[in-house]
Design a protein around this ligand. Structure first.
Ligand SMILES: NS(=O)(=O)c1cc(-c2ccccc2)cc(-c2ccccc2)c1
Ligand SMILES: [Zn+2]
Length: 263
């Protein structure tokens, strides 16, 4: 597909020129604003299955020039959603050392330091994530807001390998670990709405679950994230740091955001 970036001539205002859905409806991210929230007592706690991976297993850590992503085995899956959703990959969005706020979803206008996305696909209906990616009930993404605070040992499990994926299109095998450690303690408190991929091709195919409670990473872990990786390939003369890889808030139109908690 056509190249896209977060700034400049290929930035998000131009995505729709090659990716028409980016100009469409149900776009993500959105501001999770109290005025739009509706408590829904049918929203049950999210349950994760087979997230506790063995360190004997290896996962592929890659730099795709837009984010760092970790492949996940499809036996990892979610229950508590309308269908079974099996894991595909996780990746991050973050700010920069000078402008640390880099989450995609915001809460009453507050942007967090970073955001982790765990991408799953509807394995009841589709054979794999590629087939599911453009189907209206195809994907479910868990959004985990990240703020700077205590050191996060689970986050450290893959941050320590970032030097192996410094440049675009680099990938390495890393030991697996318990992915549950990247999620907040409370899985019963979350925002729920119908949205899209936050990157091109912006398919309106995502059932979003953004957890109410952020996780923390340390200042050092945040700096490692936003100084270790580049969106340019190793061959290019001028290395371009990979940071600020977040889409701005989209119009929530008249979408209701369901919440599993009473404020
Ligand atoms: N931010 S996101 O969760 O909506 C998202 C989902 C998927 C995705 C992945 C597999 C199948 C289907 C969708 C890919 C990306 C992505 C991020 C950086 C660069 C390129 C793509 C981002
Ligand atoms: Zn994402």
């Amino acid at each position: 597909g056509h190249k896209w970036t977060y700034t400049g001539p290929d930035g998000e205002e131009h995505w729709h020129e090659h990716y028409p859905f980016c100009h469409g409806t149900f776009q993500s991210p959105i501001d999770l604003n109290s005025e739009l929230l509706r408590y829904d007592p049918t929203l049950v706690p999210i349950e994760v299955w087979n997230y506790n991976l063995s360190s004997y297993e290896q996962l592929t850590l890659g730099n795709n020039g837009h984010s760092v992503q970790l492949s996940l085995p499809r036996r990892m899956h979610l229950s508590g959603l309308p269908h079974r959703y099996s894991a595909a990959q996780l990746h991050l969005h973050w700010g920069s050392p000078t402008m640390p706020a880099g989450s995609e979803h915001t809460v009453n206008g507050k942007q967090f330091t970073a955001e982790l996305h765990v991408v799953h696909f509807n394995s009841d209906r589709y054979p794999n994530v590629s087939v599911a990616a453009d189907k209206s009930d195809g994907l479910a993404v868990l959004g985990i807001l990240i703020e700077v605070g205590d050191y996060n040992p689970s986050f450290g499990q893959f941050l320590k390998y970032l030097d192996g994926v410094k440049y675009k299109d680099q990938r390495i095998q890393v030991p697996a670990f318990d992915i549950r450690g990247l999620l907040p303690a409370r899985m019963d408190e979350y925002y729920r709405y119908d949205g899209s991929l936050t990157t091109p091709p912006c398919y309106p195919s995502v059932l979003w679950t953004v957890f109410r409670n952020p996780i923390t990473i340390s200042e050092e872990q945040f700096l490692a994230l936003c100084t270790s990786v580049f969106s340019s390939s190793q061959q290019e003369s001028a290395p371009v740091p990979l940071n600020g890889n977040y889409r701005k808030s989209q119009d929530s139109e008249d979408r209701i955001i369901l919440v599993s908690f009473r404020e």
